[in-house]
Design a protein around this ligand. Structure first.
Ligand code: NAD
Length: 485
């Protein structure tokens, strides 16, 4: 089955010659094909979005809210089918994760519909009594939206598509090529919802080709990107003065203090590390644990990891699927080997299972006694691994935290919530969790990295995305005087 692009309200399969197979990470089978778009396709999409922009911007917020509700209804009507394609193409478990991601899409469009109705414009008090100043929230215009493969439709909907449309922007969406089939299936919901042509366009192809063409296009007003730090840096430099919303990598620490409830902390760390097979920017990437409780925590994590069921994404008993691609699998193995060379000990998992249809079934893994210089501590892993880095005294924490430059999310586990709260307020991360895994998120929560860090810039989620994806137009009116005669 071909999963086509959607440009200017029409389905488009490219020239028919440049196509790519969609391969299931779970079975290795070909589940369809996608076109490989060109810079010309991206240009057509941007021009379509540009033509459509005035009509969307002219809609009242109530009409835009209605449009978002219709999209949510269409997604809900296609929930199982969307989750099926998502699970097949990405590898995430259908029952425990793919259905939930589709739910998040529905919630995102419903919430954007609500939020936009209450985001009032402001009247600014002035020194001159003869004048009035108004600050209107206006769409930016054509948005280039470039998204990663880890939450192909959930991230796209929550961060950009729902808030971007609600704010009145037209969109050219470039999904990651390895999850373009589900993006194409998702676009059918927008078509069913009667979204007018040009409002949302889907261009499928290599990011460095079609994504770049959208970023540099003279008619693109702004860019929203979620993905890796190197790609984010390239996009920021290519976008020049265009506003960029950049959600990049993470390697957040989870800090387990000596007074933590270890049962609850270990449950949270398991969720934080193995949800989506660890392929979340806010995953529990490294655990800094006080020596006094480290043995006990390691024991609990080992036992609870044994209860994680790695398997076929469509098996209802599966709680973790294969990783999405070879790059992730190889990075996990390389980082675990590096940690072991530097003195760490694998206490659970550590292998790619050999008796599976693909080489992507990476075992849920726990590595203890990880040294500070190990790559698994200093770099983002983006896979199902819990590295334990032990400390003797809390005074070591600042340098341990600083041993990795990312500043997206962090977590603190302690029975003293007041103290943990004070620490959370001090930690220079985009968002900090107390007694919860770093990847806990709801669609209305602002997420993003600390400015100046490799984790990006801006906040996504709920009204924060709407704010980022709109701009203020100021109108100043002189009530009487020469100008009014
Ligand atoms: P990636 O950077 O390789 O690709 C992301 C997207 O960028 C894809 O659609 C790709 O096609 C496109 N792209 C690649 N080169 C491009 C270019 N030169 N110009 C324009 N577009 C280009 O990232 P990935 O491997 O898909 O995703 C994993 C990364 O995303 C991880 O580092 C993870 O931490 C990060 N991530 C961050 C968040 C967040 O909210 N901060 C959320 C999810 C994932």
């Amino acid at each position: 089955m071909m999963y086509p692009m959607y440009i200017d309200g029409a389905w488009y399969s490219g020239d028919g010659k440049h196509v790519k197979d969609v391969i299931s990470p779970a079975t290795g089978e070909t589940i369809g094909t996608i076109p490989t778009g060109t810079r010309e396709d991206a240009d057509r999409a941007v021009r379509a979005a540009h033509r459509a922009a005035p009509s969307l911007a002219a809609m009242t917020v109530f009409e835009r809210a209605e449009l978002c509700q219709r999209i949510a209804d269409a997604i809900a009507a296609n929930k199982e089918e969307l989750a099926k394609v998502l699970s097949m193409e990405h590898g995430k478990p259908y029952h425990t994760e793919a259905l939930g991601e589709v739910e998040a899409c529905i919630t995102s469009f419903r919430e954007a519909a609500e939020q936009i109705k209450w985001m009032n414009s402001e009247i600014i008090p002035l020194r001159d009594p003869n004048k009035r100043a108004f600050a209107y929230r206006r769409p930016r215009g054509v948005y280039g939206v470039i998204t990663p493969w880890n939450f192909p439709i959930g991230c796209a909907s929550a961060y950009y598509l729902a808030p971007g449309l609600a704010a009145g922007n037209t969109i050219v969406w470039i999904p990651a090529p390895s999850t373009a089939a589900v993006a194409s299936r998702f676009m059918r919901c927008l078509e069913e919802a009667g979204v007018p042509k040009g409002y949302v366009n889907l261009v499928i192809g290599e990011g460095a080709v079609v994504g770049d063409a959208v970023v540099v296009h003279e008619l693109t007003s702004a860019v929203a990107f979620t993905g890796s730090t190197p790609t984010g840096n390239t996009i920021a430099s290519r976008a020049k003065a265009k506003p960029c919303l950049l959600e990049l990598g993470g390697n957040g620490p989870s800090i387990v203090l000596a007074d933590a409830d270890l049962e609850k902390a270990s449950d949270a760390l398991i969720r934080g590390s193995f949800a989506n097979a660890g392929q979340i920017c806010t995953s529990t990437e490294r655990v800094l644990v006080h020596e006094a409780v480290a043995d006990k925590l390691a024991e609990l994590l080992k036992a609870k990891t044994a209860a994680v069921t790695l398997g076929d994404p469509f098996d209802p008993g599966t709680t973790m699927g294969p990783v999405h691609n070879r790059i992730v699998a190889e990075k996990v193995v390389a980082q675990v080997e590096d940690a072991v060379r530097k003195g760490a000990k694998v206490i659970a998992g550590g292998n790619i299972q050999a008796d599976r249809p693909t080489a992507l079934y990476v075992e849920p893994t726990v590595v203890d006694h990880v040294s500070v210089d190990a790559l698994i501590n200093t770099d983002e892993t983006f896979g199902p691994v819990i590295p334990l880095i032990r400390f003797q005294d809390e005074s070591e924490l600042p340098s341990l935290i600083a041993s990795s430059p990312y500043r997206l999310s962090a977590a603190i586990f302690s029975d003293n919530v007041g103290r943990a709260m004070s620490m959370a307020e001090e930690l220079n991360f985009g968002f900090v969790h107390v007694n919860e895994a770093g990847n806990y998120w709801e669609t209305q929560i602002p997420a993003g990295g600390t400015s100046g860090s490799p984790s990006g810039y801006g906040r996504s989620g709920g009204k924060w995305s709407i704010e980022e994806m709109s701009e203020i137009r100021t109108v100043i009116v002189t009530l009487s005087g020469e100008g009014n005669r």
